[in-house]
Write a protein that binds this ligand. Structure first.
Ligand code: ATP
Length: 236
């Protein structure tokens, strides 16, 4: 049997006295599209930063395709594309230029770079802004440029931290449509704090609150089980 795409076991992270992640365990199998939910401050970004090797865990295990994220950080980075909550992109660069730069940095084979960029421009629906300076783009377009960056090296796993935050309803629909398309060929862990966003997209969700795991299963079985947290996630 193949290794899980993600395996987290008794993961903990504290920032000084703040226990941001407290003994979380879950797995994501290859090919799954899993929603990672929790209210603000639940510990989603922290878990994702550990998985993407940006920061070390305080204790516990985190593996990506069987590789410990601490011991094999370079290999792990090659296996995943990460869309962080705030996309760190360069306002003075044109979209196309930025993707060229990122493809080179991520060691995409020179002969494949242009076709890869075309694929990402198309998939993320940013072809029409390819020559625009990133600094002049709307938040929705910048998020899609960030998604194209996550995709550029064709990693088997995509970790997307609140890709719809700050977008209007039309942009949210478009972004979720793109993510569903990508899920056909990638494993996806998608974080959000809005339950309806994942209702139509993911058939399994992991819910954390105040650093601890509250639910890991199908959304259809959630209703009635945790009415208060569900209400919090749904928003007013
Ligand atoms: P959000 O949806 O608001 O991004 P989240 O679920 O991603 O929330 P985290 O950003 O992981 O949650 O934060 C978890 C907890 O850790 C919060 O209490 C937060 O204030 C705290 N925290 C996060 N980053 C730091 C940091 N660099 N230093 C200190 N505390 C932090």
């Amino acid at each position: 049997m193949s290794d899980p795409a993600i395996e987290v076991s008794n993961l903990c992270k504290n920032y000084g006295p703040v226990q941001a992640v407290d003994r979380i365990s879950f797995t994501v199998q290859p090919g799954e599209l899993v929603g990672f939910l929790g209210p603000n401050g639940a510990g989603k970004s922290t878990t994702m930063r550990i998985l993407t090797t940006i920061m070390p865990a305080s204790s516990g295990i985190a593996k990506v395709f069987g590789l410990d994220v601490m011991d094999y950080s370079m290999e792990v980075r090659r296996k995943l594309g990460f869309l962080p909550e705030s996309v760190p992109i360069y306002p003075e660069m044109r979209v196309e230029e930025y993707l060229q730069y990122r493809a080179k940095l991520k060691e995409v084979d020179r002969s494949k770079r242009n076709s890869r960029i075309e694929y990402c421009l198309e998939k993320c629906r940013i072809r029409e802004v390819r020559r625009r300076l990133i600094g002049t783009l709307s938040k929705g377009y910048r998020q899609r440029v960030g998604l194209a960056d996550a995709l550029i090296a064709d990693p088997p796993l995509l970790i997307l931290d609140e890709p719809t935050a700050g977008l209007d309803p039309v942009q949210i629909r478009e972004t979720l449509h793109t993510i569903r398309e990508l899920a056909g060929s990638h494993t996806v862990l998608l974080s959000t704090h809005i339950l309806p966003e994942v209702e139509a997209s993911c058939d399994r969700v992991i819910i954390i609150n105040r650093g601890t795991l509250h639910w890991d299963g199908k959304l259809s079985e959630l209703s009635g089980t945790m009415p208060s947290l569900e209400l919090e996630l749904r928003g007013p």
